[in-house]
Structures are given as structure tokens and as C-alpha cells.
Design a binder for this molecule. Structure first.
Ligand SMILES: N[C@@H](CCC(=O)N[C@@H](CS)C(=O)NCC(=O)O)C(=O)O
Length: 205
């Protein structure tokens, strides 16, 4: 398999996953430049012209949570994905897609100085609703985490959510609420996450 990525992209969220799955030597990491993404050869693989992109033979997988889910299933023996008949698979996908949808939607929107009045006006069309709804979703989920989202065993969804949370807190896109601290302090102890700069900066918030 080949993973096309860029060091300043959300492809970085996949690095702890590769480490936890112990597959760093099985995936060829191809660092591309932003210019490479404009090339027809790259666009043929991903017409969006975005990274990350995982290539597994004839299969081209863009969209970060799809790569998370694909790799966690492919290397199922490492225990990062619930089994097909495990009811927790529902919560697992909920968190993967929550990060890809509402959470990153808000991180993007928070860069654009959009007023609360504009958000109120468009809230029905926004996948995230209002920022306070997003916070309520996160607070409830993280208060129920014990210590991980699915209980005692960490899943790929924890690696994805914790990364985005630490990043969003560093960007000040979301506050570092008391309700988030036990979960983030716990996940930050994983060697795969403790090396990530956003986790190292958490103490400053
Ligand atoms: N929906 C994609 C979005 C990927 C994405 O936005 N990638 C950005 C970097 S974080 C990118 O490739 N930007 C390069 C460009 O637009 O030229 C995913 O979540 O994987």
C-alpha cells in the first residue's frame, strides 16, 4: 500500500494509527508537494486533488476516516476496530464520521470569523448545528468515555478524535473544557500520540 500525504496536512492524523497498527514498514509513505496535487496523474487517482490518499492495488481511498476504517479492518488482529457483529461498531463509526463532518466543519468555519447571527441563520443546513451543540455532543461523549470512547479498549476512532481535539484546542477553535481533560490526558499517554506537538501543547491551555 502507498499513502500519499503532506507533512502539513490532515494526513498527519494517520501517523499514530500506522504506529498503533505496527504497519509503518508495510505502507510506503509518499510525501507530495501541493503542486503535485495539481498534476493529471494525481487527479486521476483523486479528482479532489487532496491528501491523504491510500492506494491499495486497484483501490484508491481518499477521505481520512475511510482510510482509518479501511486500515483498522485490514489489520483487524491489532484490535483497533470492533468486529462486524459487535454492536459497538455503531458508536465507532459515529465518532469517525463526527470528526470528518461536524468537528472539521467547525474547525474550518472558525477560521472565517462568522458571526453567531450568521450561524443561527444557517444552523439547519450546517451538519454541526451551532457551536454549542457541537460542544454538547463532545461533552456528553467524552464524559461517557471509560477511558476510551468504546470502553476499556482503544479504537481507531479514539486516535482520530483525540488528534482532532488536541489540534482544535491548539488552534483555539474549541476551548479545553474540564469535561475534555480526563479523556485527552489519558489518550495523550499513548506513545503514538505523546509525540504529536498538539498533545505536548495541551498543558499550556
Ligand atoms: N475530505 C478530505 C480533505 C482532505 C484535505 O482537505 N486535504 C488538504 C490538506 S489538510 C489538502 O490536500 N489540501 C491541498 C489543496 O487543496 O491543494 C479528507 O478528510 O481526507
Amino acid at each position: 500500500m502507498q499513502l500519499y500525504t503532506h507533512p502539513q496536512s490532515r494526513g498527519q492524523t494517520l501517523m499514530p494509527l500506522l504506529q498503533e497498527l505496527q504497519i509503518q514498514d508495510q505502507i510506503e509513505i509518499i510525501q507530495v508537494s501541493w503542486e503535485d496535487l495539481q498534476q493529471p496523474e494525481y487527479r486521476a487517482m483523486n479528482p479532489l486533488g487532496k491528501v491523504p490518499l491510500l492506494v491499495d492495488g486497484p483501490v484508491f481511498i481518499s477521505e481520512t476516516p475511510a482510510i482509518f476504517a479501511y486500515l483498522a479492518d485490514h489489520f483487524f488482529e491489532q484490535g483497533l476496530a470492533p468486529a462486524l457483529d459487535d454492536p459497538q461498531r455503531g458508536a465507532y463509526f459515529k465518532w469517525l464520521f463526527f470528526c470528518h463532518g461536524p468537528l472539521t466543519e467547525w474547525i474550518d468555519l472558525s477560521n472565517f470569523q462568522i458571526s453567531q447571527a450568521q450561524l443561527e441563520q444557517h444552523k439547519r443546513g450546517l451538519g454541526m448545528g451551532l457551536p454549542e451543540d457541537l460542544m454538547a455532543f463532545l461533552k456528553q461523549g467524552l464524559q461517557q468515555a471509560n477511558p476510551y470512547l468504546l470502553g476499556e479498549r482503544m479504537s481507531a476512532a479514539d486516535l482520530y478524535l483525540a488528534y482532532w481535539l488536541a489540534y482544535a484546542i491548539a488552534l483555539k477553535a474549541i476551548p479545553y473544557l474540564e469535561e475534555f481533560r480526563p479523556y485527552l490526558q489519558w489518550t495523550a499517554q499513548r506513545p503514538s500520540l505523546s509525540q504529536v506537538i498538539w498533545f505536548q501543547q495541551l498543558d499550556q491551555h
